[in-house]
Write a protein that binds this ligand. Structure first.
Ligand SMILES: Cc1cc2nc3c(=O)[nH]c(=O)nc-3n(C[C@H](O)[C@H](O)[C@H](O)COP(=O)(O)OP(=O)(O)OC[C@H]3O[C@@H](n4cnc5c(N)ncnc54)[C@H](O)[C@@H]3O)c2cc1C
Length: 353
């Protein structure tokens, strides 16, 4: 049953909502701009790039057409640069939670997407570029951790000022953990980096910077694992028991920042009544990449069909075709005239400005 989308001040109306700002979502935004579609992009993370940025930013990629080789993060930066002329809003820290069929004032079908942070998008089409699913932080596996979350236990640093003058434990051995330990030492009363072993997954120059800061007495490094978290009478964090080969030790702490990396979860999209195969969206029609639900398209790693290749270039192609179909939902009475960017004076001016 369709209903007219309730228009509230916090409902954004646009042509296409792109879910996921990984490489495929970013290229899709560029394609939307080329076709004359308005779009907005959301991602549950606090930055663009998807797997390229989160999993392998410094690994080279050799199979992007016309790019003989570049680092994964460089590819993301170039995709951001490519879609920048269209200036489409990107909303980070927003997980797409639900989608409802609605109708516009003219009776044409529309979709209303809501996010976990309360944003609402009233759109003609949705392009799901959700990759392996919504990335979520790997959580501290201690029962007492849940009550401390977002108060004294953090899985991301949102405001550095929150840590000013506090005793902070930063747990983890990757780039994020080391970068934040180094950054927070400038505002915290004391920072202790906690990692289960002497070796790190972080870049060599970051490890060197951390070791230099420890040698200079600007921060501490402890090898061990969180055994339990200690709280005061008011429920705030006061310290942690650290387990190591040499036995247990207590570290006094006001804040714990746990940066153990990300895990991907299928997330709410798995309950959108789409034809799903093993956690991915099954595509029947590979000329449009429309899912089993009208107006919802899928491209990139989340989309599956016979002979699907989980490659960035496959996602680019899928997104380009999906948006051409989405155009007809956004402009049901208009024909989509194929034009090369170089033959379209308005577009050419925009892209070369
Ligand atoms: C180590 C490694 C090396 C690789 N090397 C190559 C290579 O050399 N060449 C190549 O072509 N491919 C390579 N790949 C594969 C490539 O990274 C993927 O094909 C590509 O990232 C898929 O892009 P995507 O945009 O579909 O998804 P992703 O990159 O996974 O991005 C999806 C985004 O969607 C967001 N998201 C998910 N669900 C939601 C939701 N409900 N709400 C809001 N946001 C959501 C996620 O947070 C994420 O940011 C490699 C992969 C790995 C792991």
């Amino acid at each position: 049953m369709s209903a007219t989308a309730p228009t509230t001040p916090d409902t954004t109306q646009t042509d296409v909502l792109i879910i996921g700002a990984g490489p495929v979502g970013l290229f899709a935004a560029f394609q939307a701009g080329v076709l004359g579609l308005r779009c907005e992009i959301i991602d549950v993370l606090d930055r663009a790039g998807g797997q390229c940025t989160e999993l392998y930013p410094e690994k080279p990629i050799y199979d992007i057409p016309a790019v003989p080789g570049c680092l994964a993060q460089d590819l993301v930066d170039r995709l951001l640069e490519q879609c920048a002329p269209f200036d489409f809003p990107m909303h980070f820290g927003q997980r797409a939670d639900s989608v409802t069929d609605t109708a516009g004032p003219d009776g044409h079908p529309r979709l209303l997407v809501t996010t976990d942070a309360g944003k609402r998008f009233d759109v003609a089409a949705v392009l799901v570029c959700a990759g392996a699913g919504a990335f979520a932080p790997q959580r501290v596996a201690l029962p007492e951790a849940v009550a401390l979350e977002n108060r004294h236990l953090h899985y991301a640093v949102r405001e550095v000022s929150h840590f000013a003058g506090k005793r902070v434990i930063v747990a983890g051995g990757g780039d994020s953990a080391l970068d934040w330990a180094l950054a927070l030492r400038k505002v915290a009363s004391r920072v202790t980096l906690l990692h289960r072993r002497e070796g790190f997954r972080a870049a060599d120059h970051t490890v060197s910077a951390m070791r230099a800061a420890v040698a200079a007495g600007e921060m501490d490094f402890v090898v061990g694992m969180l055994g339990s978290l200690q709280t005061g009478d008011d429920g705030s964090l006061v310290g942690a028991i650290i387990k190591s080969r040499d036995g247990d030790q207590t570290l006094a702490a006001d804040e714990l920042v746990a940066l153990y990396g990300l895990v991907s979860e299928p997330g709410p999209i798995a309950h959108w009544d789409l034809d799903m195969h093993a956690g991915r969206i099954h595509i029947e029609n590979t000329t449009t990449y429309e899912t089993s639900r009208r107006g919802i398209f899928a491209a990139g790693d989340i989309a599956v069909y016979p002979n699907k290749q989980k490659l960035i270039l496959s996602g680019f192609h899928e997104a380009a075709l999906a948006l051409r179909r989405a155009y007809h939902y956004a402009f049901p009475d208009k024909a989509l005239v194929h034009m090369h960017t170089s033959n379209n004076p308005g577009l050419k001016a925009k892209l070369t400005a």
